[in-house]
Ligand binder design. Structure first.
Ligand code: AMP
Length: 190
């Protein structure tokens, strides 16, 4: 089983690279952001609650997020492994993910950290906002999301280093080259 956390700030390319890894290695993909946006689109109670956080650039409470993730994980049958995209985002989520996988006799194989400088992230997200239609891709919310990333999510870098799972990927530059760097790291582990 290949269980990979694709990590990085908003705009670091997690979604794009996840799609490519899924194609290459036949893994399941969980994007917690996509799950929440689908709930919003369907007008569910969960969607309404999620929207109030997402629009403010804040994280959805851990308990809720962990339950959502467990449900998605249980829906995968005969999986070769999972790409976790946008989860975990807090130390608490990482600890719960570890427990959840352990209960299924599994573990995280690798955490790939797509590193991109802040100013490039802002530029990418503002550009994305022109076509993404995402309410949180505006400059004010982008800045809030980045603050949340640096304060609440970045500590996961050291957490995964201690776990011995951390792998830094230079997330700036040509997309195909970044994909190849990622695939090289995954192939080493296969
Ligand atoms: P993303 O598409 O990954 O950028 O996520 C968009 C928004 O969904 C985030 O800004 C959060 O409000 C929310 N979100 C997604 N994943 C998580 C998570 N693991 N924990 C808490 N909130 C999340």
């Amino acid at each position: 089983m290949l269980n990979i956390v694709i990590f990085g700030a908003p705009g670091s390319g997690k979604g794009t690279q996840s799609e490519r890894i899924v194609e290459r290695f036949g893994l399941n993909h969980i994007s917690t952001g996509d799950v929440l946006r689908a709930e919003i689109k369907n007008g569910t109670e969960l969607g309404k609650l999620a929207k109030s956080y997402i629009d403010e650039g804040q994280l959805i409470p851990d308990d809720l997020m962990i339950n959502i993730l467990a449900d998605v994980l249980d829906s995968f049958k005969d999986s070769k492994g999972v790409i976790f995209d946008g989860f975990p985002r807090t130390i608490n989520q990482a600890e719960e993910l570890k427990k959840m996988l352990a209960a299924r006799g599994q573990e995280i194989t690798l955490m790939l950290d797509l590193n991109v400088p802040e100013e490039e992230l802002v530029e990418r997200l503002i550009n994305r906002g022109k076509s993404s239609g995402r309410a949180d891709d505006n400059e004010e919310t982008i800045r809030k999301r980045l603050d949340v990333y640096y304060s609440q999510t970045c500590p996961l870098i050291d957490w995964y280093k201690v776990e011995g799972k951390y792998c830094l990927i230079e997330g700036q530059g040509e997309m195909n080259k970044i994909t190849e760097m990622i695939c090289e790291q995954i192939n080493i582990l296969k």
